[in-house]
Design a protein around this ligand. Sequence first.
Ligand code: FPP
Length: 259
Amino acid sequence: MGEFVIAQPQALVDLADSDALLAGSAAVPVHVAIIMDGNGRWAASRGLPRVAGHRAGVQAVRRTIEAAIRNNIGWLTLYAFSSENWRRPADEVRDLTGLLRRFIKSELAELGRNGVRLHFIGDRCRFDADIQHELVIAEAATQDNSRLNLVVALSYGARGEIVAAAQRALLEVAAGKLDPAALDETYFASLLSTSGMPDPDLILRTSGEQRLSNFLLWQSAYAELVFTDVLWPDFGEAEFVAALHEYARRERRFGARPG
Ligand code: FPP
């Protein structure tokens, strides 16, 4: 099991009364972002092909969305496909994009009914035209929902995102629309793919790996990082709630001195 204590899902209801909520503690995160890792190892440990791990990973995605809704999380970002994942063998890329295509088609109505608003970040142009079309439909169909904002990072890489934002700023300067002296952190953030979204408060990674792997590098400046040994296909509400409790124990200072 993971590095943090596994709590019962209903324990979160008591969070307001718990000792974890000391002054200055982080309490409940607005935005949880997850690096879903370990599908391949989960499959290998069962003598199954990697695609079986990815399929089980989709079930964990469903459980996690439900857990986020039940625990009143406003924003959930899932790292589903990195810009580096295109370098995997062609059949695995096909499996992953196929699962994504099926997930969006089969879950859209249910997500919409549950008040989920879908957003996609990353270089969507690299996907087949039919997937790009499904992404546009899913965003448009759920744009009036506000219970949970679900951000799916697809063909996403933070360095590429930052370079693209820098290019946009340079183009604006060249066109005389932006004074270089006016380019501050707030304006730069508005040029990123996450423009208008809150920064993640909590970044969670499964499978025992402890790195960010080019995920939300700008946005994670003050995020709390929580790592669990649980492989992504085994992830569920108990692990999600345990991470929320670990987060609630942290004292966030955003660079300021302790009070
Ligand atoms: C990392 O495991 C996981 C991925 C590269 C893909 C994550 C994708 C899913 C959970 C399914 C599709 C998602 C959606 C939203 C439909 P890994 O393969 O790197 O595992 P390993 O490190 O054990 O090999």
